[in-house]
Design a protein around this ligand. Sequence first.
Ligand SMILES: C[S@@+](CC[C@H](N)C(=O)[O-])C[C@H]1O[C@@H](n2cnc3c(N)ncnc32)[C@H](O)[C@@H]1O
Length: 264
Amino acid sequence: MSLRDLLENKLPEGELSLVPKGFEVIGDIAVINIPPFLDNRKNIIAQVLSSHRKDIRGVLRKISMIDGEKRIGEFELLLGNSTETIHRENDCIFHLDVAKTFFSGKLAYERARIAQSVKDGEDVLVLFAGVGPFLVQIKKKRNVNITGLDSNPEACAYLKKNALANNIDAGIILGDANSVGNLFNKTFDRIVMPTPYGQDHFLNISSTVLKPGGIIHFYTFKKDFEIRHFKRLLEERGWQIKFIRNCGGVAPRVNRYVLDLQFH
Ligand SMILES: C[S@@+](CC[C@H](N)C(=O)[O-])C[C@H]1O[C@@H](n2cnc3c(N)ncnc32)[C@H](O)[C@@H]1O
């Protein structure tokens, strides 16, 4: 049953059509986009949501788009008393604070796919590691040397906690991905890059620490008409596209894509 269905007898028709159809649940917190026009209805929306879903203990209203280097938005806590939660994904657990660290459950399939592709013995680097969803799932599944890097101190603190909670060991670096060339005196068999929106230039930077024949899992955001040109550009620059997948929409006509790349 959709949120609109649940609110059917509680809001007038004109307002009901403005209620968002969907919301994301991270741990026991629902994250919802309530338009300003429904400001005076925000509490009833939160209450209906939590009384329908017994697994939801907190409701956070997103009041700004994800932005800035930490890739977090601004939120208003409508229900509950904390923005900290524990999210479960593919048999791993993640402590995180929805208001201080980036997290999206929409990449759960990708995280399982990448963990499956990795081979024992590899040296793996996860850039933009966040609270560790890629890193933890890879290390849980494969016997690899793995390092994660993120520039958000809160994300790195949760990543350390999540490594412990999932019983894995990993190198964790608080640092800027612009400096990978200076941060590492080694190269990697595989680099995972859940790259922030519009930051494609990091592909060139990370390729300086990729072993010959190594693989980069590169995530990027593109409009439908841009992807063909982008693929051609990559090929002209010497990348072989081993695999491409549309991971779903993030805004009207904008999708997140993953490209598994190998340098010729
Ligand atoms: C799109 S999120 C990906 C997070 C995580 N991998 C996930 O899938 O949930 C981007 C992450 O990149 C980090 N970040 C943004 N710019 C960065 C930079 N220049 N160097 C290192 N990390 C950066 C942010 O702090 C954020 O945690």
